[in-house]
Every structure is written in C-alpha cells, then in structure tokens.
Design a protein around this ligand. Structure first.
Ligand SMILES: [Zn+2]
Length: 158
C-alpha cells in the first residue's frame, strides 16, 4: 500500500473537484429526499445536491485509480457516493431510500467533522486500518440505512 500521506492530497483534490461538478449539475432534494436526509442527521439539507448517474464516477487517471485501490476504496459496483454536499447515485438503484439514507449519513459525517479534507483523512485512515466493511463510518452509514441513527427513531421497543 502506498503511504496515505502521499495518496490523501491527490484523492482530496479529485473528490473536491467531483463535489463541485455534482453541486453544479445535481438537483436540490425533493421533500421526500429532504426527509431522508433529516433522518440521517444532515444539518444543511438545502446545500445537498443529488445527481443521478449511469455509473458512479471514477478517476480517469490510472495512477490515481491505483492509489484509490491501494487504500481499499471500493471502486466497482458502487451504487452511490457522497462527496461533501454532492451525492451521486446510480439510476434505478434498488432500495433507493436505504441507499440515500446511507449516502446522506456520509454527508452528516462530513458536516460533523469539519469539511471534506478532515472527513477524508479520518475516513481513509479508518479504511486502511480496519478495511472498508468494518470501518466505523461505514458501519454507522449502514445503520442509518434503516433510519436508526437519529434520536427520534430510537424509541423503546414495546
Ligand atoms: Zn458508505
């Protein structure tokens, strides 16, 4: 694996650029989508843009792709991705509500950690250390798929 210090700025530059593209070409959330974002704990819901794509974007640069692979980022068969306030999901994804809650949870994590640079740093370190599936932010996002992260959903089971 390449040193994270070398990989991080390159992935951050690509991610910030892709976020900007999504913010420019994506749509504001519908009321139903805003509800899902609220359930996932997103604060500035009006800033989120959603772009429906045929395939989730990948870096064109082979070296950057290799870097992303080397730190364990999942690059294929990804149904969605959140980069800052820019969320992209593949058209016709099944379980779209779950997918959106998952991606919106990453938006919440990014908000809660002071921006894309800090978020990516912690996220990538965690993936390198624990693997994609077991990193705590992916676990947190998977829990959010069912709307259980928001306090309002943590009602006692009768
Ligand atoms: Zn995720």
């Amino acid at each position: 694996m390449q040193a994270l210090e070398k990989v991080l700025p390159v992935i951050l530059a690509w991610s910030a650029n892709r976020e900007q593209e999504i913010l420019e070409s994506g749509e504001p959330l519908t009321p139903a989508q805003q509800q899902l974002a609220a359930e996932s704990g997103v604060l500035n819901i009006e800033r989120v843009r959603l772009l429906i794509v045929d395939r989730v974007s990948l870096p064109q640069d082979p070296e950057l792709l290799q870097m992303a692979r080397s730190v364990g980022l999942p690059l294929n068969n990804t149904a969605g991705r959140a980069l800052g306030y820019g969320v992209e999901i593949v058209a016709g994804s099944c379980h779209e509500d779950r997918l959106l809650r998952h991606e919106f949870r990453h938006v919440h994590q990014f908000e809660a950690n002071g921006g894309l640079a800090v978020f990516l740093k912690i996220y990538l370190r965690s993936i390198v250390e624990y693997g994609y599936a077991d990193c705590s932010w992916e676990q947190d996002a998977r829990r959010a798929e069912y709307g259980v992260n928001n306090e309002h959903h943590l009602r006692p089971v009768k």
